[in-house]
Design a protein. Structure first.
Length: 128
């Protein structure tokens, strides 16, 4: 199994377009592909499904946000990750959700007590 990640902090550089097209082409060549949309803008999701269908069938309990919410509520064992996958021939996709915008803050606060605090020296290095 090969893993390809398309990552760039800058917006508007074509990450979503590139991901959708490479994924679709690889699937078209009879290879299995899994796309995971982690962007709260959900553009990759809507490249493969209509907004109305997403709202009516997926938004409540078949998005990556649903899975993260279960983790935050200590209920992650209640969902099989494979249940989130929507299959289109050889292309599988896990849909995003517009509610992901604050997820990083929620996860950081949930697990902050498990993280080590930076030393005074590390803080000075960061701040200076």
């Amino acid at each position: 199994m090969k893993v390809v990640s398309i990552i760039n902090n800058k917006g508007g550089v074509g990450k979503t377009t590139l991901t959708a097209n490479i994924g679709a082409e690889i699937a078209n060549r009879n290879k299995r592909v899994l796309l995971i949309d982690l962007d709260p803008q959900t553009n990759l999701t809507f490249s493969f499904i209509k907004v109305d269908l997403w709202k009516s069938n997926f938004v409540k309990n078949r998005t990556i946000k649903f899975w993260f919410d279960l983790i935050l509520d200590n209920k992650s064992s209640m969902v099989n990750f494979e249940d989130l996958i929507y299959r289109i021939n050889n292309l599988d996709i896990i849909f995003s959700h517009t509610g992901l915008t604050d997820l990083d803050v929620d996860l950081a606060s949930k697990f902050s007590n498990k993280l080590t605090k930076p030393t005074e020296r590390q803080l000075k290095k960061i701040l200076c």
